[in-house]
Design a protein around this ligand. Sequence first.
Ligand code: NAI
Ligand code: MG
Length: 499
Amino acid sequence: MNAPFSPEALTALRAELASGARPLFIDGVFGPAAAGATIDVIDPATGDVFATAACGDAGDIDRAVQAARRAFDGGAWPATTPAMRARLMTRLADLIEAHGERIALTESLDNGMPFMMAKFGGVMGASEQLRYNAGWATKITGETVTPSAPGEWHAFSRREPVGVVGAIVPWNFPFVMAVAKIAPALAAGCTVVLKPAEQTPLSAVILAELIAEAGFPAGVVNIVNGYGQTAGAALVDHPLVDKITFTGSTSVGKAIVRAATGNLKRVTLELGGKSPVVIFADADLDKAIPAAAMGIFGNAGQICAAGSRLFVHDSVYDRVVEGIVARAGSLRVGNGQAPGTEMGPLVSQVQRDRVMGYIASGADEGATVACGGQRLEGPGYFVQPTVLTGTMAGMKVVDEEIFGPVLCVMRFGEDDIDTIAAAANEGSYGLSSSIWTRDMSNGLRLANRLKAGTVRINGGGGVDPALPLGGFKQSGWGRENGRAGVEAFTELKSVTVAL
Ligand code: NAI
Ligand code: MG
């Protein structure tokens, strides 16, 4: 359901993007990578290169880290009051909203997602992150404490910024993820080097332009596009970086943990999931069916919290599967800038091939393809919305994150909450989960038993900057969003005075 945007804006944007490589942003200055390298940027709806971006390497990362270090250690940033930081962040949110159409179109071209998703999920989500975290800038506090040691004391704790933050983000929601990492870091008083994903470098350059326009001092935020193995790894290895905040694959998350031991950087990780959706017999199916469908087909399944394992009670199983298959059949799959598109392509050929490999493995292991299962003919990296039935734990399609529009459906017969929880808790992930029931006692009893950072009952909305987000088990370390999300960018210090 794409509201019309101005066609002139798209034409102008395409011309601008074709006019030269998008620069790096280091120490307040826009420029090419020192070695002159660039990344070809591919439109996933066509497979065509439509832009290029400067491709930073370890040397560029070092320049950026040095700039962030200077800005943190003695530059303008420590001298900026919390209220001033909040003001700058709010100004950036205003600028993001004012440039919303351009950002959303860029994101749609770069990632393939529908324009309206880029606008509401991406642009508005990003500005809300800044507004929410701007509120925290003036509210980060410690406590006064009465120690038990003999004597008279004044003792208190204070929260200080952790320092220079390396933020590494993926390609599935490039703009809002970048902002969701930068915003709490800035609120806490940190400086940042952002390394966007190589598949989607473009919207971060607009973010850099708006950061400069908002008036942040040089070096407070630096944005270096480049590949994970080079620029990303250099950021994780850098001895002057105090913390890495990462969203992406579990394997890279584990590599980051190992690499961070050099200077024992603080690390927070958001590593995706294999989130269960449980539909009880008494669920409001008119709501549960479309929600379950869009919970896996939204953004072509490239969502960390995608509901990819569906557990349905026997008595409503046929109706639910038929409903989701019907929704899959009516889903408008196409170019993200076309009006009406509900699902775009996968981000890259690599991701398309990975998803097709999973679908083939599911069929090999005995799953039934209830609908979809094919790539679309023609250019672009489109995969049909796919429903697999007859799936069970132990199959790759059930155990591993597919990150594509592929739903695995399983049935349950009894209503024993512990049995249902045990099935939903299988596997190595624990990011999110959904429950559909009219019996709130059952719903909350199951919620208590699920090993997941988020539980949504009967819908429960999307990502909110005020609600902690993160994973149990191998879905990650730490939490983003909410108070915990800001405090993750601080060090806690105790100060004691013997009076
Ligand atoms: P990835 O984990 O390789 O990429 C994410 C980010 O990490 C990118 O910016 C990349 O450049 C960077 N990176 C890669 N290797 C690095 C290294 N050695 N050191 C530092 N940074 C590094 O994810 P990829 O390969 O694009 O996708 C693979 C799978 O990961 C997907 O199929 C999906 O299952 C999962 N994934 C999960 C996401 C989530 O939201 N939790 C987002 C993206 C991918
Ligand atoms: Mg990778």
